[in-house]
Design a protein around this ligand. Structure first.
Ligand code: XBP
Ligand code: MG
Length: 220
């Protein structure tokens, strides 16, 4: 079996995207923007990884783009604060099978890591509720979007995880839910298990090692 499992966060460990979407919409309202991302719009926008990048792409496609980089950063800060509040108050449960996978991996002596587009603050908000205050001790490497130059679908987060673990790509398995994630891990040479999530049911999974509905589908 693989020596290390590298997990994506959003969509893979938990169905966080509806919480992200709500936080974006509440940030827009707070900033006085007449923007609202419904599910269909958000589904299209998810092709762009990263919240700041997603806001910028949406703005650039409007008739009159209006936001500077600073304004986008401010808006994204409001969104991030709101996301943390929503997660802290209501939480967002881990997807079925995630707990068992993490336990099983530890029993088998597999190492664990995280490779995500979102921020360290957002990972902490989510996992300190879902896995407890000491959650970070479970993972040997935690690499977030702003730690590297290019976000997914670029392989940067995965390459950085491999360097920190001192492992080659064939020693690992990446667990992902999106086409961007599949591309990122594949470009780093890492085999990918896809656990299909709410927003990415029917993507093109060519190149994936395995496509499953959730991690409880696997017995090991
Ligand atoms: C997740 C994302 C993130 C979140 C928002 O991608 O694209 O942008 O939607 O997070 P992946 P931020 O699961 O492939 O890592 O607003 O913090 O960027
Ligand atoms: Mg994801």
């Amino acid at each position: 079996s693989a020596r290390a499992l590298i997990f994506d966060v959003d969509g893979t460990l938990a169905e966080t995207e509806e919480v992200h979407r709500r936080a974006f919409n509440e940030a827009f309202a707070k900033a006085g923007l007449h923007w609202y991302w419904d599910r269909a719009t958000y589904g299209r926008l998810l092709r762009i990884a990263g919240g700041k990048e997603r806001i910028r792409a949406f703005d650039q496609h409007s008739v009159v783009p209006l936001l500077s980089f600073e304004e986008i950063a401010d808006l994204h800060r409001i969104k991030t604060a709101r996301y943390a509040e929503l997660i802290a108050s209501g939480g967002c449960p881990l997807r079925p099978g995630v707990d068992a996978w993490i336990d099983g991996a530890r029993r088998r002596g597999q190492r664990l890591a995280i490779a995500t587009t979102t921020s360290h603050g957002n990972i902490d908000a989510l996992l300190s509720v879902a896995l407890g205050r000491e959650w970070a001790g479970l993972f040997e490497a935690i690499v977030a979007g702003d730690d590297v130059q290019r976000k997914k679908p670029a392989p940067d987060v995965y390459i950085e995880v491999l360097e920190r673990l001192h492992l080659g790509p064939a020693d690992c398995i990446a667990v992902e839910d999106s086409g961007n994630g599949l591309a990122a891990a594949s470009h780093a040479g890492i085999p990918v298990v896809i656990t299909r999530s709410a927003y990415f049911q029917d993507d093109d999974w060519t190149g994936a090692l395995l496509v499953i509905d959730d991690l409880s589908c696997l017995d090991y």
